[in-house]
Design a protein around this ligand. Sequence first.
Ligand SMILES: [Zn+2]
Length: 105
Amino acid sequence: MAQYFRYADWTTIVDPNVCAEYSVECLAEGCEAEFSIKDGEQSAETWRNAHTTRTGHRRFWQTYGHSVIVGPPPGSVVASRIAEHERAFEGQDSPVGSRQAHTAH
Ligand SMILES: [Zn+2]
């Protein structure tokens, strides 16, 4: 049976169990160099600057991503029901943080 929490206020927090991901993509014509890493803002910057030094390319597209969890506020009456729901689905999710950082070029 479906359950609806129509009047619940939801809160969003950053998932502390999943690494943030930093990506840099070179925008120079004909260059497809890109770099992506978990929890490595400094490494992404280092890669970008090294790429510029090596190639003279200076335009990049940078992205930053992180996982979030939506949940009820502390003390909410729906909190316990959410917890039950999570237990029911435990083990069915594929791990989000398992992708490997990679480099190209
Ligand atoms: Zn490039």
